[in-house]
Design a protein around this ligand. Sequence first.
Ligand SMILES: Cc1cc2nc3c(=O)[nH]c(=O)nc-3n(C[C@H](O)[C@H](O)[C@H](O)COP(=O)(O)OP(=O)(O)OC[C@H]3O[C@@H](n4cnc5c(N)ncnc54)[C@H](O)[C@@H]3O)c2cc1C
Length: 560
Amino acid sequence: MMLAMAFFQAPPSLGNQYTDDRVLRSSLARLLSAEQLSAIEPELSALGELAGGELYRMQLADREHEPRLVQWDAWGKRVDQIELTPLWMKCAPIAAERGLVATAYEKKLGALSRVHQFALVYLFDASSDVYSCPLAMTDGAAATLTAHGGTAAERALPRLLSRDPAKAWTSGQWMTERTGGSDVGLSETVARPMNDGSGRYRLFGTKWFTSATTSQMALTLARPEGNPQGGRGLALFFVEVKDEHGQMNGISINRLKDKLGTRKVPTAELTLDGTIALPVSGTTDGIRNIAPMLNVTRIWNAVGALAGMRRGIALARDYASKRVQFGSALADKPLHTDTLAHMQAEFEGAFHLTFRVIELLGKLENGTASEREAQALRLYTPVMKLTTGKQGVAVTSEALECFGGAGYVEDTGLPRLLRDAQVLSIWEGTTNVLSLDTLRAIAKEGALAPFLNEIRDATEDAPASLSREAQLARSASEHAASWLEKTMASDPRRIEGGARRFAMTLGRAAELALMVRHGSWAATHLRDTRGVVAAQRFARSAVDLIDEDMPDGRALAMDE
Ligand SMILES: Cc1cc2nc3c(=O)[nH]c(=O)nc-3n(C[C@H](O)[C@H](O)[C@H](O)COP(=O)(O)OP(=O)(O)OC[C@H]3O[C@@H](n4cnc5c(N)ncnc54)[C@H](O)[C@@H]3O)c2cc1C
């Protein structure tokens, strides 16, 4: 008897991740001149091909590999070596050669060099198993050392920005201790001067979360003996992980963290016991001095969220054309395409917000940002990070569901998308910590008015098809501003409790405004109305989240 032909589902597949990406391509067409775009398109297309092809296949094959800490050699000597996964070993030279960090500093496109760089990062990220983590910190360290100059900068910058894999360094960022990652001012690590005329110190303490401990250097915080408690008493230090003989610089790796996601990232707990370190800029104000690092890594975080969302959508879209249920492909089911459209609209909002921040950072670094733009950037950065971090989790979760049971099964490679997204709202400042930072940006730097101006500017020329969306973006952001002003006058203690809803309202309003700008541009210049539809759909999901009538939630939260 013949068995009926068994059914095997065709898996999702990817094409060239640059060529296939309407949102990236149309955004670059809006931001760059035709000459600039044609100058960089070959490298974007090559990276898009690699990310959708060889790297993606390798990522699937590499799924079960994880980094391993080898603490002792065969003869009982403490070595503390971390063995990386094959994909990470492959990503290191790719990142250097393709200038994923260097592009921003070579400034071939002037003020648009950050756009150029992050377009590359965005294409690379989702196939790299979060190799973007050490690269983010490398870029952050380069920005910090560029801002401060001095001996550490002279030694490290040529390596951090090298395109030669044999010479290129990556950097860590060791801030979090057991006492806290949000309240870093509690740090216990002490710094004792070596008193050998070199200006160097020895560090003693424990660092509780240090990602990418395989980097050659790190920027870290420690309290020089005699300095006061709190954040001001900390200093920013440059540490080389190994000495000139290749031995660990007074650093032991206690263990690697066993994490929900980012499982290819070797995140370690370290003991510093006499680690030689050089102050980067004076011996106080370390938290303030490391700020350039955080501004840059928060953008990498948002780009990571974009890349994860885009990858989930690209796979789900391809699968929808292949998977047949109830007599037709999922792509022909109005409810399935409605779900995909919702995901795409969220992604487009996140994309335009992030790339506006990238554009402004590039202008600032190039000396061409106006005072107003610099102030807006200060508020945009935390708002972008916290808004896109949450969108990354929501959209990748939905992407898994688009595959039904297969989305929950490890060897499809899909669950990683959700696991790796979950960290994006935790590291580089949690959602709440960044919400409080938005209040600081407003109180200390007057950033709200320039931010509201940005929203007005982006929406002022909206066509009739987007006038309702333009109006909603303006009214939601103005409502948030008036909530802040009124609450400040009536009961300032309530502001802290509303900070997240306030910041999210600003984030979603900005996303909508920037979608309006891009949607109307693409409709006019490219005769493509998909961006208009994205803005229209986005406007029909929650934009305005802050509300004067919100009852206090403490009794509910703590079950009191
Ligand atoms: C995978 C991974 C890798 C990491 N890599 C690094 C690294 O390389 N270098 C590094 O320095 N750190 C790293 N971290 C640490 C990370 O930055 C911290 O975990 C994060 O900043 C939060 O700090 P915490 O864990 O101490 O939590 P806590 O600060 O204890 O926060 C706990 C909760 O309290 C909330 N909270 C805190 N303060 C307030 C407040 N004032 N108001 C309202 N809510 C508040 C937070 O939002 C959070 O929900 C990594 C973390 C992870 C998960």
